[in-house]
Ligand binder design. Structure first.
Ligand code: SF4
Length: 315
């Protein structure tokens, strides 16, 4: 059983990707109201080797020796990956051993104001920072950050990183994610502030996201298509997309262990629907349904209603 890697999962942004958790569950510098991982366990800015980096590398090596390569290795999971002090070492080690595998880093962007963090991410292929708000009020309301973080410095850090990263190679990409919450970051003032931040950052792409799994706070509801379209139009950024759910990854059977363990590991990290599990793990609906029934009977998971149907969450 793997402790630090999960999937491969089909993510809306990266297609078929093997997830790597560099930090324990919900160790993060933010405590976002929409976080699908639930309430924070540790709100921190402390960078350290939360998990032994060599243990994580061993799991990745083991997985890749037994399975076909995913499109991406994504450093994301259920906490803020840049809090791991050896993220740079990890990226370099993977690039050296598996040069054809692309590395994506999904980050809340808050540590990019630190030069050492910016440098450590330079060998990644795609970095996906999020920026949910560019006004202080909405930023505090949505991201509920660690107290020492400063929004203008974060925006400055993401902009500086983007500039330096893209100078390294034309292939490198920065995709900025903006999570839309109707009534919080959708009014004129907020959209204009976001537009100015985007102009400063100059990402390759903007991805507008909204809730599709149960979040931490019940009051957070998915934004309507109409709202997302309006924000997109107001931002006026040429490469701006409303992130839609990925369908068939086209790689059935790439994960060999289509088992209860794989289902449980995926659910532990992200609440998932039956459809998410069949797509991510290449299981038939029948098999995934049977496994879910079994896990429910063992009292390991619970089912709850979400925006896209029934989601299964680990207890
Ligand atoms: S959504 Fe991401 S950045 Fe926000 S609290 Fe959850 S793990 Fe942290």
């Amino acid at each position: 059983m793997y402790h630090y890697i999960y999937g491969p999962v089909v993510s809306r942004r990266l297609g078929f990707s093997l997830g790597v958790d560099l930090v324990p569950y919900k160790v993060c510098s933010f405590n976002c109201v929409y976080c699908e991982c639930g309430k924070n366990t540790l709100l921190t800015l402390e960078r350290k080797e939360y998990y032994p980096i060599e243990d994580i590398l061993s799991e990745v090596r083991d997985f890749l020796s037994k399975n076909s390569a995913p499109d991406f290795l994504s450093l994301s999971g259920s906490g803020e990956p840049t809090l791991h002090s050896k993220i740079g070492y990890f990226i370099q080690a993977i690039k050296k051993e598996f040069p054809s595998i692309k590395i994506a880093v999904l980050t809340n962007g808050s540590l990019l104001c630190q030069q050492e963090v910016r440098e450590e991410l330079m060998d990644a292929d795609v970095v996906l920072p999020s920026l949910d708000a560019a006004t202080e009020k909405a930023y505090l309301q949505i991201d509920r950050p660690f107290s020492q973080l400063n929004l203008p410095e974060i925006i400055e850090g993401i902009a500086l990183f983007t500039k330096n990263f893209k100078q390294r190679s034309k292939e490198k990409q920065v995709w900025l994610e903006i999570f839309i919450i109707d009534g919080i970051n959708t009014d004129k003032e907020n959209v204009l502030a976001l537009k100015n931040a985007v102009l400063k950052i100059q990402p390759d792409r903007i991805q507008l996201n909204t809730l599709d799994r149960p979040g931490t706070e019940e009051w957070v509801k998915p934004a309507s298509r109409e709202t997302l379209e309006k924000v997109k139009e107001s931002l006026g950024f040429p490469e701006c997309e409303i992130v839609a759910k990925v369908k068939d990854p086209g790689k059935p059977g790439a994960i060999q262990d289509q088992s209860k363990e794989a289902v449980f590991n995926t659910i532990k990290r992200r609440p998932s629907t039956l459809e998410d599990l069949t797509e991510a793990l290449g299981l038939s609906t029948h098999d995934a349904g049977k496994i879910l029934n079994g896990l429910e009977k063992e009292d390991k998971i619970i089912a709850e209603e979400g925006a896209r149907g029934i989601f299964y969450r680990a207890k």
